[in-house]
Design a protein. Structure first.
Length: 475
């Protein structure tokens, strides 16, 4: 054992880099033909195969949740599987394997990879101590070499591109763009500016870093003028050189280094990505090119995410009023039981059919939109309003008592009167009882509404607590 360790140590001393050191260790372990060694080193949050022996194919790009190796890397502790057939963590890569042992590789107190060894026979006495020593020696050599080599800019860019492509929310894409840009060119501060509309001026969207406030407060018209034709902007680390007049404001506010690239999709400027620092720095054109490629990909992802968000919103809202439709109302009602108390309000427009017949459906649509706006303005934070039928609306209101529920429903009715739309509404409101079904509370609110109708319309009624026979839910 001592002789073996000494020979391994000598061989590792000759290894010029981490990859060569990994190859040295797997060659050393593979002299025992029953053992199938592999070394995986971390890069970009994944385990990358650096060397292996005895396999026809290799797994690569393992995330921290995958298999014995992923778990060992994630937890930083060795893992031994005596019988792989009984392990949920074993990932088969070679037939005939009966056991697997995985050891973390550490440098400077950090886990930077794993030594993984599969065996075609049960592990023998001394195997674990020997393999543990191999892992320790490899980690020490990597430490002597200064740690793992850094990812290249292109590797980091591709990693960020893959991560951003997985995002579906536009806000998440924007945040990821800033993080990626600051990883590629670590100036410390970044801003994503977006146009206010078609051909509109750039406005701050999201910012990060110590100069975030400066970037948000600055006029972005000058940045837009620089990038609108697909031209990128960067400073060159000359602190005594005067800035262009259009950038003097940023310079005066403490910006000594600046990069700005446009975000284009199908020829349309979707925004600008701006990086800044309060210290002069020389920017390499290769770094600017990386940011341009990131911006191109980010623009496409932003456009896709916003389009998908718009489609989801259309699917979840009434096209005329923009309110939620019956399906979203029932979903919201079902989840409202998790809130303290949610009053259920149902209402409809008095005499709406006659109004349509008299003035036409165009006028009726305008009344519906005006009514939706009026009642929306009367909602408090956390309340929600839905259009659940032709002239029927429903609301879910956060309340603390029956009296508060009645007052909130009356505010909706009064808001319609104050809007002077030429119509009135009848309103029924019910407060759910413990254990009451959605259908039951809707039935009570609906019955309260019809009591208003029977009493002359244009009013509000609070449902009593007496259970009613099951009736079809509103919708």
């Amino acid at each position: 054992m001592r002789l073996t360790s000494a020979l391994l140590g000598l061989a590792l001393e000759a290894a010029p880099d981490a990859a060569a050191a990994a190859t040295t260790v797997v060659d050393h372990v593979a002299r025992e033909q029953r053992l199938l060694p592999a070394v995986y080193l971390a890069r970009g949050g994944r385990l990358r195969c650096a060397a292996l022996r005895g396999y026809w194919q290799a797994r690569d790009g393992l995330p921290g949740r995958a298999g014995v190796m992923g778990r060992t890397y994630r937890e930083g502790t060795e893992m031994v599987v005596e019988d792989v057939s009984a392990s949920e963590h074993y990932l088969e890569a070679n037939p005939g394997v009966v056991a697997e042992a995985c050891f973390p590789l550490r440098t400077g107190g950090l886990t930077v990879g794993v030594l993984n060894v599969e065996s075609r026979e049960p592990l023998r006495d001394g195997d674990l101590a020997y393999l543990r020593e191999c892992a320790r020696a490899l980690g020490a050599r990597i430490d002597e070499l200064g740690g793992l080599p850094s990812e290249s800019g292109t590797q980091r860019l591709l990693r960020h591109v893959a991560d951003i492509a997985d995002l579906q929310d536009a806000a998440a894409v924007a945040d990821a763009l800033l993080s990626a840009a600051l990883d590629l060119v670590p100036l410390g501060s970044a801003l994503l500016a977006r146009p206010t509309g078609a051909g509109g001026a750039l406005r701050p969207s999201v910012a990060a870093g110590p100069l975030a406030g400066v970037l948000r407060a600055a006029s972005l018209e000058s940045i837009g003028a620089w990038v609108e034709d697909g031209i990128s902007l960067f400073t060159v680390g000359e602190p005594v050189a005067p800035p262009a007049a259009s950038l003097a404001e940023l310079r005066a506010a403490g910006v000594e280094t600046l990069i700005a690239v446009g975000l284009f999709a199908h020829g349309e400027l979707l925004g600008a990505l701006v990086l800044a620092s309060d210290a002069p720095a020389v920017i390499a054109t290769d770094d600017v090119e990386l940011l341009e490629q990131l911006a191109t990909h980010g623009a496409a992802c932003l456009r896709t995410a916003e389009l998908m968000g718009s489609l989801r919103e259309r699917a979840e809202t009434d096209p005329l009023t923009g309110l939620g439709h019956p399906a979203t109302f029932h979903e919201a009602l079902a989840s409202s039981h998790r809130r303290p108390t949610t009053a259920v309000v149902v209402c409809d427009i008095d005499g709406f059919k006659l109004l349509n017949d008299t003035y036409g459906h165009g006028h009726g649509d305008r009344v519906l939109c005006g009514l939706a706006d009026a009642m929306s303005g009367a909602l408090r934070r956390g309340d929600r309003l839905f259009r659940v039928g032709g002239d029927e609306f429903a609301a879910l209101l956060a309340v603390e008592s029956r009296d508060q529920a009645l007052g909130a429903a009356m505010r909706l009715r009064d808001a319609v009167l104050e809007a002077r739309l030429g119509v009135t509404i009848s309103v029924g409101v019910a407060v759910p009882q413990a254990g009451e079904t959605d259908a039951a509370v809707l039935a009570r609110a609906d019955r309260a509404l019809y009591s208003v109708k029977e009493g002359g319309r244009d009013g509000v009624a609070l449902a009593n607590d007496e259970p009613l026979p099951s009736t079809p839910a509103l919708g």
